[in-house]
Design a protein around this ligand. Structure first.
Ligand code: NAP
Length: 324
């Protein structure tokens, strides 16, 4: 199997990865960007993007990510279709093994692996996954045209999914475990004003109901009040889970510091990855993988820029030290 060396490997191709790639390529580092399982990241399964600066009208998430990748490539980034399954961040050079069998080595690494959708963890959710249960309205919403669906969650994702589905489906029930939403007020106002969306406050899924036969699927959902424990059944054919995300950090376990939910720790105000509280030379983390607070495309892009600038400084210092 082949081995290839790069000055900089960027793991992940969402907003953080692409922005890092653009800056690093323009600094002459000819970075390799490993595109990962979901090239383009979470914005590729987003509906309209209204809050990424620079666009007066709403744009499509997948289109934005295509543009970012093309921009990175045009600046001199090598796009690599692979998925890093193992890494040694403490080796010199940093060493990574791709799903393809290729080994990548690098003087510096930017971790921009992002986060993936979380699931409820119910048995019935797993049973009907892909047969009525989904975590992506833009991917699967069209299957439920003129039908009744439910969305689970109370953050921006859940509200956006509900609004998107309300344009396609007959009716959307938004199920939230508390009595107020998180996130942007503008989305809350739109949801509450929409005549095809009903919000079930203080409610959580108890079981997803359906027909398990070969042509079956979801037919309903039993909800349980989080206040009284009372149950009720609603009639739905699709259930969209939008309860947040978990960072993609499994390959960094025991090598880098992370919080209890798996987000990588970075020194406050920087993108330096840490191990036992100490900066790990040449390893930087940008975007949702290291941010459990803001988690926006624009903040991810900003962190990607910071990481590329820091890599450039780090490599310059290494070269200067080697020449001294
Ligand atoms: P989030 O803000 O973490 O919200 C997750 C929601 O799911 C919360 O309402 C939470 O309830 C609920 N939840 C979590 N676990 C649950 C469970 N086991 N059962 C039932 N409900 C559960 O996640 P997100 O909406 O995916 O957003 C992630 C980040 O992306 C946020 O920073 C958000 O602002 C950003 N984002 C922004 C936009 C935009 O700007 N337009 C769009 C999408 C996402 P509680 O409220 O009770 O905790």
């Amino acid at each position: 199997m082949t081995t290839q060396h790069h000055k900089l490997v960027i793991i992940g191709s969402g907003a953080a990865g692409c922005s890092a790639a653009i800056y690093a390529a323009r600094a002459g580092l000819a970075p390799a960007m490993i595109r990962g399982m979901q090239p383009g990241g979470q914005l590729t399964i987003t509906t309209e993007v209204e809050n990424y600066p620079g666009f007066a009208d709403a744009i499509e998430g997948p289109w934005l990510m295509q543009q970012m990748e093309k921009q990175a490539e045009n600046c001199g980034t090598q796009l690599v279709n692979d998925f890093i399954k193992e890494i040694d961040v403490h080796a010199n050079p940093k060493t990574m093994l791709g799903e393809s069998g290729t080994t990548y080595t690098a003087d510096a690494v930017i971790i921009a692996t992002g986060a993936s959708a979380k699931w409820l963890g119910m048995e019935s959710e797993a049973k009907f996954n892909g047969r009525g249960v989904s975590a992506c309205a833009t991917c699967d919403g069209a299957f439920y045209r003129n039908q009744k669906v439910a969305v689970i969650g109370g953050g921006n994702s859940a509200k956006e999914e509900a609004l998107y589905l309300a344009n396609i489906c007959d009716h959307v029930t938004l199920v939230h475990r508390r009595d107020s939403f998180r996130g942007e007020q503008i989305l809350t106002d739109r949801v509450l004003a929409h005549d095809k969306i009903t919000v079930k406050w203080d409610s959580a899924p108890d079981e997803i109901l359906g027909d398990e036969g070969p042509t079956g699927g979801v037919t309903g959902m039993r909800l349980k009040s989080t206040k009284t424990g009372a149950t009720e059944e609603i009639d739905v054919h699709g259930v969209f889970v939008a309860i947040g995300h978990k960072p993609n950090t499994d390959i960094f376990k025991n090598q880098l510091d992370m919080d209890e939910t798996g987000y990588l720790d970075v020194t406050a105000g920087t993108v330096d990855a840490l191990h036992n509280g100490q900066k790990v030379a040449g390893v930087f983390a940008a975007g949702d993988v290291a941010d459990n607070v803001y988690r926006q495309a624009v903040t991810a892009a900003g962190m990607g820029c910071m990481a590329a600038l820091d890599v450039n400084r780090y490599l310059d210092n290494l070269e200067a030290a080697a020449a001294a």
